[in-house]
Ligand binder design. Structure first.
Ligand code: C2O
Ligand code: CU
Ligand code: CU
Length: 477
C-alpha cells in the first residue's frame, strides 16, 4: 500500500502500451511522437489527451424518455468510429431520478438484433427488468414503467438479451442511472459540475477506428481504456471537492483504481457503492472492483497548485485512465467533506441464517447447470433473510450479481481472505476470485412475488460467462 511498491508499474505500463500499439495497429490513431516522448519518465506524461466526454443528463418522469439503440458514429477522442449507442451517446445519457418517482423509458430498438434494457441495481418487477425472456425484437420498441422505491445510488442500465449482452455492451450500449433521495441531499455532497459520472471500460478497435467485439471464453480483454467513451481523457477541475460516480462498465476487466499526483498517492474518500451511501465515509488509496460494481468517491483538489495534473490510474494494467488538470480559473465550488452522520444501515444478519450454496464452475455453469430461460432453478421465500454462499472451482474472477434485491456482504474466506471497507452497506454485485468463498445476506422485501412479478436472475457479470450460461432463474414466492 505504499507509493514505492507501485513505482515499477509506471515503467512497465509504458512498455505494455507501446507494445500493444505496435501489435494492434493503433499507432495510427494516436499521436506517435508524443507517445514516444512519454518514455522520459519523471512522472509527467506527454500523451495527447482528449477532453473527457460527459453524456447529456436526462431527468426521468412518467412521460416516456425515448432511448434509441442503434449504430452511430462516435468520437472517441482522436478519431471517430462506429459503435452501438443510446441516443447517439456513448455512454448513453445519464438518467436521473429521485426516490418515489414513477418513471417511464421507451426503448426503440434500431439494432439488427433483439435487445432490452435492464436497470441494474433497480428493484423492479419481472416484466420491467429487461430479462432475456422479454427481449425487444430488432426494429421493435417497448416502454418500461416503474416506481423508483429505493435509496439514492448510482445504478447501471444496459441490454440483457439472451447470449448477446456481452456484444451489445462491449459495442457501446450502457449508461449511468442516478437515484437521489433526501437522506443523501442532507449531506450537501458536491453537485453540478462537481459531480462526475465516470463509466470505465476497456475496448478494442479495428483499423478504421470502429469498436469491435472479439471475446474469448476467459472474457473480453480490450487493449484500450475508455472513460466515458474517451481515449486518453483529460478533465479540467477547479480547486475544490469533487464527487466521482464510478461504474466498472467493462465486460470482464477488473480495475484497481488509484489517484496519483506525480508519483504521490492521493486518497479517495469513499462514500458509497452499488447500493448507495456506506455506513460512514472511509479512506482508501487503492480500490479493485469488477464489472457491474460502482463506487462513489470524493476527491479533494483543494490545496493543489494551479495547473497541476493528477492521474486516475488502473494499477492492474498499469493504465493511465483519466487526467485531472487543476485550474484556479475554473470555479471549484464550495463543498466540504461531509461531517453529518450517514444514514444508518440496519444489519440483515440474525446469527443463524438458512444457507444456499452456489458454485460458479467452469465458464458457464452454476451448480453444474447452464442457464435455461424456461427453467426455474430455485425458489426464495419473500421477507426471509438467507445466507447465500458463493464458491468457485476456478476460472474466476466472477463478479456475482443478483437482480431483485440488494444484499449485504458477510464474509470472504480463502483468496483475499477479507472484506473491504467499501463493500459495507448495500450491494448488488460482489467479486469472487479463485479460491474464495463469499457469503452474503439477502432478503427479497420488495413485495414482487410469484412468477409474474418476482422472477429474477443471478449471474456472473463477466459478460462472456453470462452469455455462455453462468446464470440462473429464481422466483420469489
Ligand atoms: Cu448488469 Cu443481470 O445485469
Ligand atoms: Cu441487474
Ligand atoms: Cu464468471
Amino acid at each position: 500500500m505504499t507509493a514505492a511498491s507501485h513505482t515499477p508499474l509506471r515503467s512497465s505500463a509504458r512498455i505494455d502500451r507501446r507494445r500493444l500499439m505496435v501489435a494492434c495497429g493503433l499507432a495510427g490513431l494516436l499521436p506517435g511522437p508524443a507517445v514516444w516522448a512519454a518514455r522520459g519518465g519523471g512522472g509527467g506524461t506527454t500523451v495527447t489527451r482528449n477532453k473527457l466526454y460527459l453524456p447529456p443528463t436526462i431527468g426521468l418522469s412518467s412521460t416516456p424518455t425515448v432511448l434509441t439503440a442503434r449504430q452511430t458514429s462516435v468520437n472517441f477522442g482522436g478519431g471517430s468510429g462506429r459503435a452501438l449507442t443510446f441516443n447517439s451517446s456513448l455512454p448513453g445519457p445519464t438518467l436521473v431520478t429521485s426516490k418515489g418517482d414513477s418513471v417511464s423509458a421507451k426503448l426503440v430498438n434500431g439494432l439488427a438484433q433483439e435487445s432490452s434494457v435492464h436497470w441494474h441495481g433497480l428493484i423492479v418487477p419481472t416484466a420491467q427488468d429487461g430479462q432475456p425472456q422479454d427481449a425487444v425484437p430488432a426494429g421493435g420498441d417497448r416502454t418500461y414503467d416503474f416506481l423508483v422505491d429505493q435509496r439514492a445510488a448510482l445504478n447501471f442500465y444496459h441490454p440483457h438479451p439472451h447470449m448477446l449482452t456481452g456484444e451489445q455492451v462491449c459495442l457501446g450500449l450502457a449508461g449511468a442511472f442516478i437515484v437521489r433521495d433526501r437522506e443523501e441531499d442532507a449531506l450537501s455532497l458536491p453537485a453540478g459540475v462537481n459531480e462526475l459520472p465516470l463509466v470505465i471500460r476497456d475496448a478494442n478497435f479495428d483499423k478504421t477506428g470502429n469498436l469491435i467485439y472479439n471475446p474469448s471464453s476467459t472474457g473480453f480483454s480490450g487493449k484500450t481504456a475508455l472513460v466515458n467513451g474517451t481515449r486518453n481523457p483529460s478533465h479540467t477541475v477547479g480547486v475544490g471537492l469533487y464527487r466521482l460516480r464510478v461504474l466498472n462498465g467493462a465486460n470482464a476487466r477488473l480495475f484497481k483504481l488509484a489517484l496519483r499526483w506525480g508519483t504521490d498517492p492521493r486518497k479517495f474518500y469513499v462514500i458509497g457503492n452499488d447500493g448507495g451511501l456506506l455506513p460512514s465515509m472511509v479512506e482508501e488509496f487503492e480500490i479493485e472492483f469488477g464489472p457491474g460494481e460502482r463506487l462513489d468517491l470524493l476527491v479533494d483538489f483543494r490545496g493543489i497548485p494551479n495547473n497541476s495534473r493528477l492521474m486516475l490510474r488502473d494499477l492492474n494494467a498499469g493504465w493511465d485512465l483519466l487526467e485531472f488538470v487543476v485550474s484556479s480559473a475554473t470555479p471549484g465550488g464550495n463543498y466540504n467533506l461531509p461531517t453529518a452522520p450517514f444514514p444508518t444501515i440496519g444489519a440483515l444478519f440474525p446469527p443463524d441464517l438458512p444457507t444456499r450454496t452456489f458454485s460458479f464452475d467452469g465458464m458457464s455453469k452454476i451448480n453444474g447447470r447452464e442457464y435455461d430461460m424456461d427453467r426455474r432453478d430455485f425458489t426464495v421465500p419473500p421477507y426471509a433473510t438467507e445466507r447465500w454462499r458463493f464458491t468457485t472451482s476456478g476460472n474466476a474472477p466472477h463478479p456475482i450479481h443478483v437482480h431483485g434485491a440488494s444484499f449485504q456482504v458477510l464474509s470472504r474466506s480463502g483468496g483475499r481472505g477479507r472484506l473491504y471497507s467499501w463493500e459495507e452497506g448495500w450491494k448488488d454485485t460482489v467479486l469472487l476470485k479463485d479460491n474464495e468463498t463469499v457469503d452474503i445476506a439477502i432478503q427479497f422485501d420488495s413485495g414482487f412475488t410469484g412468477p409474474e412479478l418476482g422472477r429474477y436472475l443471478m449471474h456472473c457479470h463477466k459478460l462472456e460467462h453470462e452469455d455462455m450460461g453462468m446464470m440462473a432463474n429464481f422466483v420469489v414466492e
